[in-house]
Ligand binder design. Structure first.
Ligand code: SAH
Length: 216
């Protein structure tokens, strides 16, 4: 797996574009500058890697648009050594961004093929994360409480079981809505049973679905 001068140059332009679109979190921008997104995609699609668009990966899923990754990651206000749970590993790109920022990452994927491939990609790049093949609806209570939870698939409503896995002061970010579009929603746990919701624009994600798919 190689990164090169050309890819690095394209990433600088991508980061400049994200700044123009209003992303201000310097740690997030630095991570996007460092993680070689093209290595999370099929090598045939190299020219698509550094345009600000979502792109198909295997199992009919997509790697999120860089802008979307930047918005979700910024909303989590990730700090070094934060424990972050991701639901929807997909290509592993978002997990790598979190790992690059120094987070301790736990990530769940319902497609076995993606789960296996993302693990290979991150380990080849030297990023550490804990991967799980399973249905993310239940979260990972045995590894919690988490400083942050990021859901990267469209969800109709946020399950209470996931909110309960946040520490007090922890944040969950998720695209909430039906299949046409979703509202980016940030939930902060203020106390045992007290949560604050805020919304942050509309996005389009692939749906969060129940169960697992053993396609490998
Ligand atoms: N974060 C990914 C984006 C993946 S798209 C990336 O950086 O590439 C959303 C992913 O969520 C898909 O891979 C899909 O299979 C997965 N997903 C959907 N429902 C899920 C569930 N219940 N549990 C775990 N993963 C799920």
């Amino acid at each position: 797996m190689i990164d090169d001068f050309e890819a690095r140059g394209k990433r600088k332009k991508l980061v400049a574009g994200l700044r123009n679109k209003g992303i201000t979190d310097e740690e997030v921008l630095r991570a996007i500058d460092r993680v070689p997104r093209h290595l999370f995609m099929d090598p045939a699609f190299l020219i698509h890697a550094y345009v600000d668009k979502a792109f198909p990966i295997s199992s009919g899923q997509t790697i999120s648009q860089p802008y979307t990754v930047a918005v979700q990651t910024s909303l989590l206000s990730v700090k070094k050594r934060d424990k972050i749970l991701e639901i929807g590993t997909g290509s592993g790109y978002q997990a790598a961004i979190l790992a690059e920022m120094g987070a301790k990452v736990y990530t769940i994927e319902r497609f076995r093929e993606l789960y296996l491939k993302a693990q290979q990609t991150l380990s080849a790049l030297g990023y550490q994360a804990d991967f799980f093949y399973g249905d993310g609806y239940e979260g990972k209570p045995q590894y919690g409480p988490f400083d942050g939870i990021i859901i990267t698939a469209a969800i109709k409503e946020i399950p209470e079981s996931l909110l309960k896995q946040l520490r007090t002061g922890g944040k969950l970010v998720a695209p909430v809505g039906g299949s046409d579009f979703q509202v980016m929603t940030l939930v902060r746990r203020d106390g045992e049973d007290s949560f604050t919701h805020t919304t942050h624009g509309t996005f389009v994600f692939v749906p969060m679905l129940k169960g697992t798919v053993n396609d490998n």
